[in-house]
Design a protein around this ligand. Structure first.
Ligand SMILES: Nc1ncnc2c1ncn2[C@@H]1O[C@H](COP(=O)(O)OP(=O)(O)O)[C@@H](O)[C@H]1O
Ligand SMILES: [Mg+2]
Length: 271
């Protein structure tokens, strides 16, 4: 079996070498290939989208590439749906507890309290910032800048409990829960306007977190080689912040056996 791990040419995937080694132990030959490389994708038995982290500014090109790959995981239709955070509204309508989300369509009216402005297509908290009372002009300028660039914008209340409890990620490999992880708050202190990657670590998700993640995946009803469900603590329980079915960092170092579980899921995957 020949597998391509689709990445990008600008950023290395820290998990790739160990994953390639784990696949090799199963007799699967895996190679990292940037998604925009000029290669014959039909030569691979499977192309796994992994670290295509530069697609945000090139979404139509990225989705056209996904459509063109004969055996892709996750499937192109899943990527098309999942790369735009409008999917949060669909999941909320299906009964999933989601961080309250308003899409800015007409005039931007700053909400009360503290809130977060982010593009509907985003990754790694780029172009995401937190505002509060008194920041109306800056927040409006942020919204206008995104819209002038042709980007969708959403607004959410800032869930301050993330500063106590952190963000919880639940990782599913081959459709089965594999492990949990935590990520510290990103939009804090001086960082409120310029998010950075922050502390990450292992975490055993609570029963309530497991239940919400399972509910999310039951609504999606697609074959998913990998999925990451990101939850923030809400006033009445966990709330979905993000469902990552495109290019999630999978926290494979955070749990014993996670790399081997992912390798087995890839080796057994029939797209
Ligand atoms: N509503 C919110 N309340 C608190 N923190 C938030 C909120 N939205 C985003 N954040 C912080 O910003 C980070 C990035 O936001 P996220 O929605 O996950 O977008 P991305 O797709 O860029 O990862 C989160 O990991 C979290 O720390
Ligand atoms: Mg995120």
């Amino acid at each position: 079996m020949q597998v391509a791990l689709a990445g990008c040419s600008t950023i290395d995937d820290p998990d790739e070498p160990a994953l390639v080694a784990a696949l090799d132990r199963l007799g699967v030959r895996a190679t990292g290939v940037p998604w925009d490389a000029d290669v014959d994708w039909s030569a691979y038995d499977l192309v796994v989208v992994r670290s295509t982290w530069d697609y945000v500014e090139r979404l139509p090109e990225f989705l056209a590439w996904a459509d063109s790959v004969p055996r892709l995981a996750n499937p192109a239709a899943v990527l098309r749906w999942n790369t735009d955070k409008h999917y949060l509204a669909e999941l909320a309508a299906a009964g999933v507890p989601v961080v309250p989300t308003t899409y800015v369509e007409g005039e931007f009216v700053p909400p009360p309290g503290e809130y977060v402005v982010k593009p509907t297509v985003s990754a790694a908290a780029m172009d995401t910032a937190r505002y509060g009372p008194g920041d109306d002009a800056a927040a409006t300028a942020h919204v206008e800048r995104l819209r002038a660039a042709g980007r969708g914008v959403l607004v959410q209340p800032y869930l301050r409990a993330v500063e106590e409890h952190d963000e919880t990620s639940l990782l599913f490999l081959g459709g089965v829960f594999s492990h949990g992880a935590m990520k510290g708050p990103v939009l804090v202190g001086d960082r409120a306007l310029t998010p950075v990657e922050t502390v990450i670590g292992p975490r055993d998700p609570s029963a309530a977190e497991r239940a919400v993640a399972e509910q999310v995946l039951s609504v999606v009803r697609e074959p998913l080689l990998y999925a990451r469900v990101d939850l923030l603590p809400g006033p009445d329980g966990p709330l979905l912040l993000e469902l990552e079915l495109t290019e999630p960092f999978l926290f494979l170092d955070m749990a014993e056996g996670a790399k081997d579980r992912f390798a087995s899921a890839i080796a057994g995957w029939r797209p």
